[in-house]
Design a protein around this ligand. Structure first.
Ligand SMILES: *Cc1c(COP(=O)(O)O)cnc(C)c1O
Length: 500
């Protein structure tokens, strides 16, 4: 028996199929024609607000089919399409289509993966997914972890675990306000902004972050790291953790993780690797050596929604000793309800991290991991790297472009007009202004989408390829658009200011 008032929210099976099939038809067409669409909308926020109108919440409901087709039209026409072959900005991947279907399935069943009893098979699928991800990036089979919303949350989970394990022993009872020694953390200056947010949110304060300068290869200078730790120790600080990047967010550089691991061991500090973007490249045999030492990390953050092409949101934190997660996040006595024994494998994910109720993120990752297999993923990752190197080579070869950095699948470069080529250093300020205007122009134009990075004081265009649709042809066309628009922006700037 269906209650009267629930009739409005339920959809009869015939209608559900009809609008569901229509939606799938529309999505299939959208994906098939994505390359012919603008990368992003030219409409402003005000225009989009006008489009939605300012009606209050309707008093009475409307038919679901009508609402879905309106939503479809809005999303297809006024979104930034990170699945477009010429999108290579920030680090947002093209989403695997199977992942989208898996998300639909997950929300239809709606397991709450906070507690085992609420999500029996979903919990097991998440466990298997976490195990596969750990193996993919080369971590020991004994490590454990969980899926979270993204890199920030994965890094936060590791940070707070490090604070619990390496901080004052009574931290769970007394907090850090009783601690007289300043708690400090160490990371290269290239570290993503999450570290500052974590230091602020989790009570250490932004000044507890020790930003370590880079060497010429763009890696944390480990000599300066050790020096800073010693200096802090002799000043009565209490160092907790060191962060190494496995693919920094601006240029994709991988720190000397082996070196960082040795320093952490010597000073008994927590060793965290932020591999939100780059960790999957550790699976590529030719690149594995870059990541040596990652297997010694106490924790690793990685983002399936970046280089594993999972639809948002999907981050993962992997911890060498998963008991540390329980110690940190469970309010039960340590080890309560936790058992590695396969006869009693109950795991309640709410005791592993920040969330209580949790969606079934694992399904979209678990399905696509099987669709691609390890070899398939390595092929895609390699292809993105090869295309990124091609972009770098094209920039090197073109007189109006300066190739700046290339690591993993990130290339930075800038436009240098003919008039500045004799003396780029003398025109540094102008070149920065020009390339900033060029990034804005390119992003507004809708043909291609790049973002920016500032590398050694140079404002650069930055391409990060985590996109399975991009081809060689796209890379050549991206370069053509950059040259054409670079010349236009330069002309506009000099006609406005009269010089450069
Ligand atoms: C993207 C990124 C983050 C933040 O991840 P989100 O998924 O955006 O929360 C942190 N660190 C690195 C190195 C990243 O590339």
């Amino acid at each position: 028996m269906t209650s009267e008032s629930s009739k409005g929210i339920q959809i009869p099976p015939g209608e559900f199929k009809k609008i569901g099939y229509e939606l799938i038809d529309q999505i299939a067409l959208f994906l098939d024609t994505i390359a012919q669409r603008p990368v992003t909308t030219e409409k402003s926020s005000i225009e989009l607000m006008d489009l939605l109108g300012d009606d209050p919440l309707p008093e009475l409901g409307r038919p679901p089919g009508e609402i879905l087709s309106k939503a479809t039209e809005l999303l297809f026409n006024y979104s930034l399409l990170n699945g477009h072959p010429k999108f290579s900005g920030y680090i947002t991947s093209s989403p695997a289509p199977l992942g989208a279907l898996a998300d639909l399935l997950a929300s239809a069943v709606n397991p709450n993966v906070g507690a085992y009893s609420l999500s029996p098979v979903a919990t097991e699928i998440e466990k298997q997914t976490v195990r596969w991800l750990a193996a993919f990036v080369g971590l020991p089979a004994t490590c454990g972890g969980l899926l979270v919303s993204g890199g920030n949350m994965a890094n936060f989970t590791a940070f707070i675990t490090a604070r619990t394990i390496k901080g004052p022993p009574e931290i769970k009872e007394e907090g850090i306000s009783n601690e007289s020694m300043k708690l400090t953390v160490y990371c290269p200056v290239s570290t993503h902004s999450w570290i500052e947010k974590a230091a602020v949110l989790f009570g250490l304060g932004a000044r507890s972050v020790r930003w370590i300068a880079l060497n010429k290869a763009g890696q944390m200078d480990n000599r300066l790291l050790e020096q800073k730790i010693n200096e802090d120790l002799s000043n009565g600080c209490r160092p907790l953790m060191v962060i190494g990047n496995a693919g920094d967010v601006s240029t994709g550089a991988v720190d000397d993780l082996e070196g960082v691991a040795a320093i952490c061991k010597k000073y008994m500090l927590w060793f965290h690797v932020d591999g939100a973007y780059g960790a999957p490249a550790a699976a590529v045999p030719e690149l594995k050596h870059l990541f040596d030492g990652i297997e010694k990390a106490d924790s690793v953050a990685m983002d399936p929604h970046k280089w594993l092409y999972s639809p948002l949101e999907a981050g993962c934190v992997l911890v060498k000793d998963p008991h540390h997660l329980l110690t940190t996040f469970s309010s039960h006595p340590v080890y309560y309800n936790f058992n590695n024994d396969s006869n009693n494998p109950t795991l309640n994910y709410y005791e592993y991290g920040f969330q209580n109720s949790r969606g079934f993120r694992a399904l979209k990752i678990w399905t696509v991991l099987q669709q691609m297999g390890k070899a398939g993923y390595i092929g895609l990752i390699n292809e993105n790297i090869a295309l990124s190197r091609l972009l770098f080579q094209l920039a090197e070869a073109h007189s109006e472009l300066e190739a700046v950095t290339q690591n993993l699948s990130i290339t930075t470069f800038r436009f240098v007009p003919e008039a500045c080529q004799a003396d780029p250093v003398g025109h540094e300020l102008y070149l920065n202004k020009l390339n900033e205007a060029l990034v804005n122009q390119l992003q507004a134009g809708g043909e291609v989408f790049l973002s920016n990075a500032v590398v050694m004081g140079k404002y650069c265009l930055r391409s990060c390829l985590v996109n399975f649709r991009t081809s060689k042809k796209d890379i050549h066309e991206i370069v053509d658009v950059v040259i054409r628009e670079g010349r236009n922006v330069h002309q506009n700037l000099i006609s406005k200011q009269g010089n450069y």
